[in-house]
Design a protein around this ligand. Structure first.
Ligand SMILES: *Cc1c(COP(=O)(O)O)cnc(C)c1O
Length: 434
């Protein structure tokens, strides 16, 4: 056992982990591109971008350099009464690239806090506007928005929220028309979901605060896709009822779906957008909740009572903002555009091919995200995901199936050869394990 593992075993508590039965963690010493290197000499291909945060490869020199340069100038400063160049420039840059006039940025530290901020802004917006009767939030079956209390209330924890259930505020939940390539029932599912929404809005529309959705892809519940048509139709109905639309693009932002944002891909702009994960290219925890002028202006007034009384110690950390500016430059480059197109094309060919395997079905691809499911997974439990995870890791591949859903979500610098290794391993798993 290395020192790292010995000390870890004695003193560290890991996320989403049953310490009593979990295998020993892998001690990673460094990373480069898609590769992670461990203390005991292994090289592992990170095909899920380390919980979906990395965009341009590990330890990318341009982002590392931007952080180092900023660290020598200003590492952190209180963000009430003060500002700094990286925060101001990043906000201006985001205002340029975000859809639909989302030109006002509120900074926080992670995806969950970005969601908390969006929920609190939406709630207070109506109170500041004298519409206190608006007290209902609407979210989707299968959604995930983070692990803090508001985010848990908005999401579905696949059992993980059970101990906290009685503390969560009520959120109404609408059907989600999850779909895949060649799904013959997609239109029927969408019509049923919109019908549910019409009925709900007819009864409760005047009380709606906001709807929150992970646009185009529900991540944590298994890379569940919906079509842009559905997103547009849903948002139009919510707007017509006067409610706000919150897009949680914590996972889908910054190129993941092939476009810079899922909202851009779908051609629909929300009232509030939540960004984190890829924001800093996966280097530092930072997040953004952005809105347009009408929400921002509802918080203006002579007294403090209308202000948004929310903040975090590290709000707009300069190192995070510098990393985000460097990452955004890479993300909007011609090289990244070419990579996104290349990855999507490779994914499409591979998923079409794997879909022919009798043990695999419901293949789907959107931008850099590819997913396929173990056929008739009801026969399996979530345990199949654990078995698959070990199988892939033994082959030097970091892939973490979500239950029966095997997916790839690689950094954009992934090579064709690295992708081919992953596709081959999935076929191998289907041949030998399933
Ligand atoms: C990961 C995720 C979150 C939570 O972000 P954290 O940084 O883990 O708090 C929220 N929403 C979505 C869609 C996510 O994928």
């Amino acid at each position: 056992m290395t020192d790292t593992i010995a000390l870890d075993r004695l003193h560290v508590w890991h996320p989403f982990t049953q310490a009593q039965t979990a295998p020993e963690p892998l001690a990673v010493t460094h990373g480069k591109g898609v590769s992670l290197f461990t203390g005991d000499g292994r090289e592992i291909l990170d095909l899920i971008s380390s919980w979906w945060v990395n965009l341009h490869g590990h330890a990318h020199p341009a982002i590392a350099g931007a952080i180092a340069e900023q660290a020598h100038k200003l590492e952190q400063v209180i963000f009430a009464d003060f500002t700094h160049s990286p925060a101001a420039r990043l906000a201006a840059r985001l205002a340029e690239v975000l859809p639909g006039g989302l030109d006002r940025v509120f900074y926080s530290d992670n995806g969950s806090t970005a969601v908390e901020v969006a929920l609190k802004l939406a709630w207070q917006y109506w109170r500041n506007n004298g519409e206190g009767q608006r007290r209902r939030f609407l979210a989707f079956e299968g959604s995930y928005h983070g692990d803090t209390f508001g985010a848990m209330a908005a999401g579905v924890g696949s059992g993980f929220y059970e101990p906290f259930q009685e503390l969560l505020f009520a959120v109404d939940r609408m059907p989600y028309p999850s779909t895949w390539d060649g799904d013959p029932e997609v239109e029927a599912k969408e019509a049923a979901a919109l019908d549910w929404l019409d009925r709900w809005l007819a009864a409760n529309g005047a009380e709606l605060v906001a709807v929150i959705i992970e646009p185009l892809v529900q991540g944590a519940s298994g890379m569940r896709f919906c079509r842009p048509e559905f997103l547009r139709a849903m948002a139009a109905r919510v707007r017509a009822a006067g409610g706000l639309v919150i897009f949680d693009e914590v996972m889908t932002g910054f190129g993941r779906t092939g476009a810079l944002f899922a909202s851009r891909k779908a051609g629909v702009a929300p009232d509030l957008i939540c960004l984190s994960k890829g924001l800093t290219g996966g280097f530092l925890p930072l997040s953004v909740t952005a809105c347009g002028a009408s929400i921002y202006e509802a918080f203006l007034g002579a007294g403090f009572d209308r202000a948004f009384a929310h903040g975090h110690s590290f709000t707009a950390n300069p190192l995070g903002c510098a990393a985000a500016l460097a990452s955004l430059e890479l993300t909007t480059s011609a090289e990244t555009a070419a990579n996104l197109a290349r990855i999507e094309e490779r994914h499409r060919a591979a998923i079409a091919d794997l879909s022919g395997h009798p043990k695999l079905s419901r293949g789907r691809v959107m931008g850099t995200i590819a997913a396929i499911e173990v056929t008739d997974a009801q026969g399996y439990t979530a345990a199949v995901g654990q078995t698959l995870k070990r199988f892939f890791l033994e082959r030097g591949l970091l892939l973490r199936p979500l239950g029966p859903v095997i997916y790839l979500l690689p950094p954009y610098c992934v090579t064709d050869g690295q992708l081919d290794r992953a596709y081959a391993a999935i076929r191998d798993a289907a041949d030998t394990l399933l």
